[in-house]
Design a protein around this ligand. Structure first.
Ligand code: GLA
Length: 378
């Protein structure tokens, strides 16, 4: 049944959310000044106009609760309402973070027992997005349910549902980002508890091996994503320095094919031209944000080479060739592999140029750990 809640949720994240999150670069050190600098950089770099509008504060903003139980910020965030006003004045939206447990993953105050109160506080500050991270609630599940997995699962669902309802009751549109690492096939029930997006895996880090382990493990999940509710293979590491340019290009290509949320996780105030080009290639971002809202999937894998395809509005397809080998490889796309005719038009989106197929196939040299992203249209 399509409930009014579900309609509101779909409109909130009609395409995968885009923006920035503090965790991957700043982790526990993030301050009000860092968040303002990120907001400034989103505007000055052109990222806001490319679609990156959420400025998301991750864990470690939380202070103690006052005598009435109202959550306070800690000294790194002197005035959350003023910060929200600042972010909004730039044409951006502000996100925050909490946990259904009593403690967040970094050991700060979570929302357990204060869900409605916290939702009201967030709405009062002007918050537009909440990442809700299981953390210590996992221990509560273990303590209360022991080996009874059905009971533990019911507790988990109820905890997410509770915060979703609390957010909706505030009357403020707040994107609900579930973070419970993909447990219990969250993609099957995330929409039921109001999730606009849900993490499908454990944490990413700034290494090619972990990024690809997460990214390529998304095969088969496409049918669970759509407007208002997205699979989330975690935030971007582009620009953090641990991968080569080709590896980061693979990261951006794969996340776009996956219709993944695009939350930059680097220090936006210190971006190289290369990082900006990777994050802001218009045609690549358009693949991720395509209004049809279909996640792509693997078409074939042969040894270290993989072909993935994503349906786009208007009948076109985005097609990615990935080379996971540690040497460059020639890869061949047969247009029939993706259901296209031999006369289909091909555009190499990273190169920004039309390319030609011969006898219904296209062969290209893909660098080590690299990717080529094509748009195929009839
Ligand atoms: C968990 C989440 C991360 C981040 C940290 C913060 O590990 O998966 O994305 O939010 O908590 O403590």
């Amino acid at each position: 049944m399509v409930t009014p809640f579900a309609v509101a949720q779909t409109q909130l994240a009609a395409t995968p959310p885009m923006g920035w999150n503090s965790w991957n670069h700043f982790a526990g050190n993030v301050t009000d000044a860092d968040v303002r600098a990120a907001a400034d950089a989103l505007v000055s770099s052109g990222m806001r106009d490319a679609g990156y509008i959420y400025v998301n504060i991750d864990d470690t903003w939380e202070g103690q609760r006052d005598a009435q139980g109202v959550i306070q910020t800690n000294s790194k965030f002197p005035d959350m309402k003023a910060l929200a006003d600042y972010v909004h004045s730039k044409g951006l939206k502000l996100g925050i973070y909490s946990s259904p447990g009593p403690k967040t993953c970094a050991g700060y105050a979570g929302s357990y027992g204060h869900e409605e109160q916290d939702a009201k506080t967030y709405a009062g500050w002007g918050i537009d997005y909440l990442k809700y991270d299981l953390c210590s609630f996992g221990k509560m599940m273990k303590d209360e349910a022991g080996d009874d997995r059905t009971k533990a699962f019911a507790m988990e669902k109820a905890a997410y549902d509770k915060m979703h309802k609390a957010l909706v009751s505030t009357g403020r549109p707040i994107v609900f980002s579930m973070c419970q690492y993909g447990w219990n096939n969250v993609w099957e029930w995330g929409p039921e508890v109001g999730g606009n997006l849900w993490r499908t895996t454990g944490d990413i880090n700034d290494h090619y091996s972990r990024m690809t382990e997460i990214g390529f493990s998304q095969a088969g999940l496409a049918k669970y994503a759509g407007p208002g509710h997205w699979n989330d293979p975690d935030m971007l590491e582009i620009g953090n320095g641990g991968m080569t340019e080709d590896e980061y290009r693979t990261h951006m290509t794969l996340w776009s094919i996956l219709a993944a949320p695009l939350l930059a996780g680097n220090d936006l105030s210190k971006m190289t031209a290369e990082t900006k080009e990777l994050l802001m290639n218009k045609s690549v971002v358009a693949v991720d944000q395509d209004p049809l809202g279909k996640q792509g999937d693997r078409v074939w894998a042969v040894g270290p080479m993989e072909l993935w395809s994503k349906p786009l509005s208007g009948g076109a397809k985005a097609v990615a060739l990935f080379n996971r080998a540690s040497t460059a490889r020639e890869m061949t796309l047969k247009l029939s592999d993706v259901g296209a005719s031999a006369s289909a038009k091909l555009e190499d989106l990273w190169a920004g140029k039309v390319v030609q197929s011969t006898d219904g196939s296209y062969t290209v040299l893909v660098p080590k750990h690299g990717a080529v992203l094509l748009k195929v249209s009839e």
